[in-house]
Structure formats: C-alpha cells, structure tokens
Design a protein around this ligand. Sequence first.
Ligand code: ZN
Length: 273
Amino acid sequence: MAKIFNRLCIHTITTKPWSIEEATEHYLAIGVKGMTVWREALAGRQPFKVGERLLTAGIEVVSLCRGGFFPSASLSLRQKNIDENFKALEEAAALNAPHLVLVCGAEPNQSLEASREQILAGIETILPRAEALNVKLAIEPLHPMYADTRSAINTLGQANDLAEKIDSPMVGVAVDVYHLWWDPMLENEIRRCGNNGHLLAYHICDWKYPVEDILNDRGLMGEGCIDISKISQWIAATGFNGYHEVEIFSNRYWTMDQQQFLRKIIKAYQDLS
Ligand code: ZN
C-alpha cells in the first residue's frame, strides 16, 4: 500500500472544509505524503512556518496554487495582478514549493489574442523573480468553457507553445485531466512537454455528467467519463515521476464528512492503479 501512496498528493482545496493543520493530520494518518497548498489555506498564517510544520510532519509540498490571472484591459489592474504574483512567488518560496501553478486568466472585454499577449508579458515580467526565488512556473491550460474569464490558454498545445516561446528552465506546464481529456492532440502534446522537460505537474479528478456547476462539480476518479489510466500511462511514458495530484472542487463532497471523503479518494485512487 505504501508504494501506491508514494506518488499521491491531495490539493488542500479538495478537502476545503479542513484547515491546513487538519488536512496535514488526516492526510498523514491515511498515508498521503504530498500536498499542494492553495493560497486560501495560508490565510492568517506565516507561510514559512506552515512550510516548516509540513516538513517536520513529513509532508512534501508539491506546489502552490495559484498565481496567474494576468490579463486586464486596465494597465493599473495588470500591475496589480503582477504584484499579486510576486506575493504568491514569495509564499511558494517560503513554503519550499518547487513550483507555482499559473491559471493564466482572460479578460472578456478584449480579444483572446490580446489576453494571450498579456499572459506572455505577465509571465516574462515575473520570471526574474521566480528565478531568484528558485520557484518554477507551471502554466495550466484550462478547459475552453473557462475562456471568458479564467484562461485564454485552453489546450496543452497552447501551453506548450507558450512555454517553448519563453524558453526558460523555470517555466513548464501542468496537465489536468479535467481540462484536457477531450483533446485529440493530448497524447502528442504530453509527449512533447515530457520530451523537453516542461512537464511539471499532473492533476487528476473526473468529468461527471451532466456537469451541474462548471466550477464546483468535479467528480471523483472513476465517477465520470475520463480515461484517467490511459492518460496516466501517457504521462508515465514521458518518464514523469512526480505526484498524481487529486484536485476536486465539489459542492457535493465539501458538504460530506471529510474523513469519509478522504477514504473515498484513497479507494478511487487505488482502483485506478
Ligand atoms: Zn488543476
């Protein structure tokens, strides 16, 4: 069982009703050693102290979620977004997180092309700070249903193009099955980012149907139509040996007993393997 859990990570938002201290205790008790920390979980805490506590407890911080949201029609708001990313990078470094996940953002009052230019400019602006802090930037493409306000980067091909254009060892991509499962180019694009060292993170959950809420109705693995095992094989074929990160936003699961939910996560993950 320990072997199976070696690469299992859970995002703090998956068990949102728990504080990060409760999540630490419960993840450890069930054998989960990886945690991706959402910035909300740090509220009212000093990130370096949280990082120290996690290290002492034996939990590895897999990444910090999230930075990004670069585009805006207003220059002053774009600067504000950059400042927020600087803050997120400082938090990631304090936590000892190897990378910051970027949800790139989109501004519905301008073209997707304009948003993409601002995303490129935004990443290039924060890159020197990321280098100085030794925190990588993981561009996470989002499903096209979020192209209005959340991300103008909607396929792994676009994320790969962007990472290759920036061409820095500090910039890569995050693959999330929820956003990318439908893409006929997915296998090729996973191979592409794996081959050039850009594959930084792998997020899993499922696409249940019908989706009742486009933000907060993600399914537990095995509950929907994503062939997660197949995608995991493509990921493994690149030589990726990072964590499989369970990232589920769900109004249904957030209202159930979280210990019971955690047990369901473990079972669903074991059933995949
Ligand atoms: Zn994700």
